[in-house]
Design a protein around this ligand. Sequence first.
Ligand code: NIG
Ligand code: FE
Length: 408
Amino acid sequence: MSASTLPFDGLLIGSSLATLAEPTGYGEITDGALAWKDGVLAYVGPRADLPGSPETLAREVIEASGWVTPALVDAHTHLVFAGDRAREFEMRLQGATYEEIARAGGGILSTVRAVRDADEDALFEQSLPRAQALLRDGVTTLEIKSGYGLDFESERRMLRVARKLGQTLGITVRTTYLAAHALPPEFKGNADGYVEALCAWLPDLHAEGLVDAVDAFCESIAFTPTQTRRVFETARALGLPVKLHADQLSDLGGAGLSAEFEGLSADHVEHTNEAGVRAMAASGTVAVLLPGAFHVLRDTKLPPLDLFRAHGVPMAVATDCNPGTSPLLSLRQAMQLACTHFRLTPEEALRGATTHGARALGFHDRGQLRVGMRADFVVWHVRHPAELCYWLGGDLVHSVHAGGVRAA
Ligand code: NIG
Ligand code: FE
């Protein structure tokens, strides 16, 4: 048979599969096979049921071992930034709080200064290794927020760099406009004026194709629910989905606000109350858990995990990769922290970093191994999928594939 008439482009054999195809359980297939065509999964099942011998089915045959899972989806990152905040980490260890540092002009605003000083190439060069680190540990779909520019040109530069990272690495990047992250110094004392300005920038950025969703930091040290609502109304008028940094440090009703706008997600959600959880369940809003920030801030207030379970709110797990509260460069490590701090089961953590992460970004074509889904998958050197949440560090990846193409 000539190559062009083979039924599949690629075929992987020799591994077990964790398909996550059913609502519970790993969806295990021992001695499985996975085949793809035109970037989409075309066979997922036992190797014994393949319709022929491997060489008659695909030009590229990969013989592997271990386990295959859907590729990881990191639904919340701020990985485009310049500089670092290691000095603040030291200050916090000496007793200063995140809020105190922020109110004294450090925190997010110190990264804003570094980003404003960095041109597009510098921002790209500093951010690329972070995206590469996530990819090398299994991530092929990644959300990246703006929010360290806080003026039109700097926010635009961040979003352009985010797009370029996806193109360079051959992975999917979803961009989120988070100009409502902190109040820039030029608007000091005029938060409402800044909110008007950032709403006015959005149509041009959207017209340039730079924005997939809109986010805000609704918190006492950032923006009020009323200001957040103004941002969300602007997004809705442009047909853009919203998500929210909600109830991280206090309960301002952020989860309910995101749900009211049919938000893709409410993120952090440590202080979310039961009314917020019910509203999320009704609107299909995903809870994005960020155990890296919880860990680094040595937080003690757990998100309402049992309420999310009881009301059927899907829980995603993401890195929140950022220079202040979560300098975390592995989604697998975030899964580990979700298990140790939040008592997620390894299966919940894996689903949170795949199926539910995809949903938090509005994707329905990835996050499970099923025929018709994108051929985004990872081959891991493990004896059981629970090992993905068990090891702290280490290199468990055999290979990472995005749309059937090897990406790492
Ligand atoms: O998700 N909460 C606000 N934003 C980030 C922190 C950003 C920063 O400190 O630079 C977060 O934790
Ligand atoms: Fe964040």
